[in-house]
Design a binder for this molecule. Structure first.
Ligand code: DAT
Length: 172
């Protein structure tokens, strides 16, 4: 059976991991967290002193994922999306969270002032939405609200329905 690949993107803290894991367990699709994948495989290329974090080796991440992406049925979670091959994804969801809610979530994560400010600005200026629109066809890019538990439930149900339709359309 053919299964679609789904990209979940958005500013850190908007709820990609929460949605991705729950969606995977309810759809049977595989969940891949690119941050975890990079950490496990040390897929890094240098260190960013300003942001105090390793720099992702995007080419190695793409190589690492290529086989499973061509098989299909993968949910990818990352706060960036312009380096994945466009052909990988059948649909792209950009999660959105209100600033005050996102601020609290990131504060709880122990982010320092600079990291907090940069991430809130990233959300205000819709950086990931712009990046998604610049990297994928407009008609496959969708924004999803991600403020409260009911949003999570709505998003899961909406995506499960979309998967069901996609599978029906691609069987025969
Ligand atoms: P991300 O993977 O985008 O960095 P996350 O899934 O780790 O984000 O979520 C960050 C925090 O927000 C975490 O404590 C769970 C919470 N959260 C996620 N989605 C939510 C929602 N729809 N309603 C309330 N809290 C949510």
């Amino acid at each position: 059976m053919l299964l679609p690949n789904i990209l979940l993107t958005g500013t850190p803290g908007v709820g990609k991991t929460t949605l991705g894991k729950e969606l995977a367990s309810r759809s049977g699709l595989k969940y891949v967290n690119v941050g975890d994948l990079a950490r496990e495989g040390q897929l890094y290329d240098g260190y960013d002193e300003e942001y105090d974090c390793p720099i992702l080796d995007e080419d190695r991440v793409v190589d690492e994922l290529e086989n499973q992406m061509s098989e299909g049925g993968v949910i990818v979670d990352y706060h960036g999306c312009d380096f994945f091959p466009e052909r990988w994804f059948h649909i792209v969801f950009v999660l959105k969270t209100d600033n005050s809610i996102l601020y609290k979530r990131l504060e709880n994560r122990g982010y320092n002032e600079k990291k907090l400010k940069d991430n809130i600005q990233c959300e205000i200026f819709q950086v990931l939405h712009e990046e998604a629109l610049a990297s994928y066809k407009e008609e496959i890019v969708h924004q999803l609200p991600s403020n409260k538990p009911e949003d999570l439930e709505d998003n899961i149900n909406q995506i499960l329905k979309w998967i069901e339709h996609w599978v029906k359309d691609h069987s025969s």
